[in-house]
Design a protein around this ligand. Structure first.
Ligand code: NAP
Ligand code: MG
Length: 500
């Protein structure tokens, strides 16, 4: 059990927002059945500010017993409550209210997200607004979930209904907590499901605050439940629970495989949004003014802790040195710094564990013979800061080109021609995203088609909109979230035959 009493003044240094400080001072609880409760075990754990390593709050350590309780109340809300069968216009209204509340509290939520995750405040604001948009987008779908009538024998009438799946377990990572919460909860609710959400152990705070906003929106009790706790206990209990109908997971490929195994007990539906090692392919005719800064942020946004980060930068050989020169010059202006400062682009990594992991990979890159064009030094002092690091002399077979580092680290790899770029780009076990930079329209379309990835950006990077599907080829996942595709994850189809 955690014992340190947090000093909010130290942990949230520089924050003057009364609502943020009030929230940090309030005791943290689990949200089960519309009520805030302590973990049955009474245990709590510390959550920190990765910019200064101070404890921000003590959070309940929910485990299997709490998950069981949440499943009971969620099941009751689903089977006997009004949520799955209320008028869809009413359901849309609830989602719109949540969206409005998130937007109304954007500053407060963004500060909390930055304090707990370390992401630059400008990014935290952007993610929070995207979360509001996600709720609005799925509010629109609540009234547009259609079945079909089928051309059956004239003596029969056959139609289909699209019905909710039921109780959904939703396990999210720490890299975009508010956005991930919205990607999970909004479509699940729009389709009439109920949710049990487990935020990541590193970043539980914004989910708890949004839990308060969800209660303010007056959602029927038990429709949204929030269990903070560890993956190995609370998360595993969700994945294997016999009375959870569906699990949606975002996180590492390694844990994704465990979720799939754990789901087999009751054959619950599974959707997985996993890691990546995305190729960002730059041809010599690219607009350098745009390609250079965007490619840099392609692997530095959120300190590179982004599943779709463009961490393998492929550059045509005859253009390689010039591009690396420009990229390095840009990178030299971007130092990891105070994430609450509005001008900061790169904050700290989320945890000591990530800091060690990323620095470990940087060491591995050097050992394998790659050269650092910039960065690569281990920073000392408080906070888990890693500066943008660019490796050259990288072969696509090296660990730094194959494994997900999840830090602001890129491997620049030369290619001979278009075929070679596509071949090397696809030479990975992942397939989440990719980008191609060229002014040649035909080449852009050809490469976009040839790359095996769930999202391809042409002359841009990291653009994500709730209207468009997101998810992975190969070991980057199963299923697509966002767009109308989330409806497939959160509904099931019933065929009804009526004898005339
Ligand atoms: P992770 O373990 O996959 O965490 C994702 C979520 O799954 C968290 O809520 C986690 O809880 C939970 N979890 C962990 N083990 C579980 C289990 N056995 N059953 C059910 N749920 C479980 O990721 P991580 O440990 O935070 O990060 C490790 C690496 O994963 C990163 O370095 C990065 O490469 C990758 N990653 C990828 C993404 C992505 O968006 N694709 C996101 C995060 C991390 P806890 O928080 O308690 O672990
Ligand atoms: Mg973990």
């Amino acid at each position: 059990m955690a014992s340190t009493v947090p000093s909010i003044e130290r942990a949230a240094r520089g924050v003057t927002s009364a609502s943020v400080l009030d929230f940090l001072r309030r005791p943290k609880r689990l949200l089960i059945g519309g009520k805030w409760v302590t973990a049955k075990s009474g245990k709590t754990f510390e959550t920190i500010n990765p910019a200064n390593e101070e404890v921000l709050a003590l959070v309940p350590e929910g485990d299997k017993a709490d998950v069981d309780e949440a499943v009971k109340t969620a099941r009751k809300a689903y089977e006997y409550g009004k949520w799955p069968t209320i008028n869809p216009h009413q359901r849309a209204k609830y989602l719109l209210t949540i969206a409005d509340l998130i937007e109304k509290h954007v500053d407060e939520l963004a500060i909390l997200e930055t304090l707990n995750n370390g992401m630059a405040i400008s990014l935290a604001r952007g993610f929070t607004l995207m979360a509001a948009d996600t709720f609005r987008y799925y509010a629109g779908w609540a009234t547009k979930i259609y079945g079909e009538t089928n051309p059956s024998d004239p003596s029969m009438f056959n139609y289909t209904l699209r019905e909710p799946v039921g109780v959904c377990g939703q396990i999210i990572p720490w890299n975009g907590p508010i956005a991930m919460l919205a990607w999970k909860i909004a479509p699940a609710l729009a389709c009439g499901n109920v949710s049990i959400l487990k935020p990541a152990e590193q970043t539980p705070l914004t989910a708890l605050r949004i839990g308060e906003l969800i209660l303010e929106a007056d959602l029927p009790e038990g429709v949204v439940n929030i269990i903070t706790g560890y993956g190995e206990t609370a998360g595993a209990a969700i994945a294997s629970h016999p009375d959870i109908d569906k699990v949606a997971f975002t996180g590492s490929t390694e844990v994704g495989k465990l979720i799939l195994q754990a789901s087999s007990g009751n054959l619950k539906r599974v959707s997985l949004e996993l890691g990546g090692k995305s190729p960002n392919i730059v041809f010599p005719d690219a607009d350098l003014e745009d390609a250079v800064p965007t490619s840099l942020m392609g692997f530095c946004m959120l300190s590179g802790q982004v599943c779709c980060a463009g961490t393998r930068v492929f550059v045509q050989s005859d253009f390689h040195d010039r591009f690396v020169d420009h990229l390095t010059r840009y990178a030299s202006k971007v130092k990891a710094g105070d994430p609450l400062d509005a001008s900061t682009m790169v904050g700290p990594l989320v945890s000591k564990e990530q800091f060690n992991r990323v620095n470990g990979y940087i060491g591995a890159g050097k050992n394998e013979g790659a050269k650092t064009a910039i960065g690569g030094e281990v920073r000392t002092g408080k906070g888990f800061f890693v500066d943008p690091t660019i490796f050259t002399d990288v072969k696509n077979s090296m660990r730094i080109a194959r494994e997900e580092i999840f830090g602001p680290v890129a491997a620049v790899i030369p290619f001979k021609d278009e075929n070679d770029a596509v071949f090397q780009g696809n030479d990975t076990t992942y397939g989440l995203a990719a980008a191609v930079w060229t002014r040649d329209v035909s080449r852009a379309f050809r490469v976009a088609r040839a790359i095996k990835a769930g999202t391809v950006w042409v002359n841009c990077y990291n653009n994500i909109d709730p209207i468009s599907p997101f998810g992975g080829y190969k070991q980057s996942g199963i299923g697509r979230e966002l767009g109308k595709h989330s409806l497939d994850l959160y509904t099931q189809i019933k065929s009804v035959y009526v004898k005339l």
